[in-house]
Design a protein around this ligand. Structure first.
Ligand SMILES: Nc1ncnc2c1ncn2[C@@H]1O[C@H](COP(=O)(O)OP(=O)(O)O)[C@@H](O)[C@H]1O
Ligand SMILES: [Mg+2]
Length: 372
């Protein structure tokens, strides 16, 4: 049985092949209501045409079955007004299931004018599956490597002349008028800032190969929790949820501590304007998780030990969400963008995996490690 369609709504019949399209696709009319959807869209979004046609995709009417973060309205509005095709990466679809729970799925959303149907917009979803996320991770690693290698060389080369500039500015400052002295002091203090940035870059290169041993990840997490609780995260509730039966991991304890500390520090920084800020440290076992297979390991290395660091802050800034593991990408005023690049380097050197899932109110970094 079909429900009555809202007044003034007419369904669209896209051409043949539409239903055979392997990607979820929808057409929205000029009011933003779903005018057509293909089979793949029904399956992927887990909603039927009957309940969807004639209703706005991210409106209240469908909210119990589907929520979209961030809202697609701005994207669709821009397409309608400009007649251009546009794209939004990494959109989260919270999809309801029969049991009343929900599941998060991610896709990049491509939207373009629907040709002959005036003002209508075609939307194509390109799902970001596990494999997609992992490949992204791998591309980032290589990019990060070469960018950091380059930066290390530069850091080394810049430090010497910078020391000269700083010394010269100090000398000038000694015999200068008050105004000129202020300028000279500025040169000195800004040079100092550059030096400390360069030193962070150099520290990168110094991270030696991990000394892999059997370690208890809870010892690491507890050390991090205690130091955060008396230091930078004093005002934040930190909850620990450990699986006590978790076996030892094969990892470098000091490096893993550094990784977790960086993640908890980022969480604390993200929480500074949040009411009731809280960080959750979680550990659990998931035997299905593996590294993506490659020539060296065609079955993919098992990574069954999971550590999650979760916060209830605002989530990753959308503009940089895809690049946070790259060096020098920061969403903070005085950030260096090196914290997560270091995290990613260490995790890669461990042959382990790190991923992030973020939306406003819930950001989770997950580290997957091998068993000792
Ligand atoms: N838990 C988090 N919540 C929200 N944003 C985060 C979180 N962790 C990292 N980020 C974002 O990722 C950016 C990069 O982090 P990082 O590499 O540690 O560099 P930095 O902390 O120096 O900015 C941060 O500036 C911030 O915008
Ligand atoms: Mg940081």
């Amino acid at each position: 049985m079909t429900r009555p369609s809202p007044a003034g709504f007419s369904q669209v019949q896209p051409g043949p092949g539409w239903d055979a399209l392997p990607l979820p696709a929808l057409v929205l009319d000029r009011q933003g209501r779903v005018a057509a959807m293909n089979d793949a869209a029904e399956v992927w979004l887990n909603i039927s045409r009957n309940s969807t046609l004639g209703r706005p995709l991210d409106g209240e009417e469908l909210a119990t079955r589907l929520r979209i973060q961030p809202s697609l309205s701005p994207l669709i509005g821009r397409v309608m007004n400009s007649d251009e095709a546009l794209y939004q990466p990494n959109v989260c679809f919270e999809i309801g299931d029969r049991a009343g729970g929900h599941q998060d799925r991610r896709a990049s959303v491509h939207a373009g004018p629907a040709g002959d149907v005036g003002g209508a917009v075609t939307i194509l979803l390109v799902p970001l599956d596990e494999a997609g996320l992992q490949n992204q991770n791998r591309a980032v690693r290589t990019a990060a490597r070469s960018a950091i290698g380059m930066a290390e060389m530069l850091a080394h080369e810049i430090k010497n002349p910078l020391a000269g500039i700083r010394g010269a500015a100090q000398l000038i400052g000694m015999n200068a008028s008050r105004e000129d002295r202020e300028m000279a002091e500025m040169i000195v203090s800004e040079s100092k800032r550059i030096v400390s940035l360069l030193e962070q870059v150099e520290r990168f290169g110094d991270t030696s190969a991990p000394n892999l041993r059997a370690i208890n990840v809870h010892d690491v997490l507890e050390k991090v929790r205690r130091s955060a609780a008396v230091g930078f995260a004093r005002k934040i509730g930190i909850v620990a949820e450990y699986d006590p039966s978790l076996p030892d991991a094969l990892a470098d304890g000091d490096q893993l501590t550094q990784v977790c500390l960086n993640l908890v520090k980022n969480a604390a920084e993200a929480l500074k304007d949040t009411d009731h800020p809280s960080i959750r440290l979680r550990s659990f076992y998931d035997h299905t998780l593996r590294l993506p297979p490659d020539e060296a390991d065609p079955t993919g290395r098992p990574l069954p030990l999971q550590i999650e660091i979760e916060d209830n802050g605002p989530g990753l800034p959308p503009a940089i969400a895809d690049q946070i593991f790259e060096p020098f990408v920061s969403g903070r005023e005085n950030g260096t963008g090196l914290g997560l690049a270091l995290v990613s380097k260490i995790i890669t050197d461990h042959g382990a995996l790190i991923r992030v899932d973020s939306r406003p109110g819930r950001t989770v970094f997950r580290i997957s490690l091998p068993k000792a």
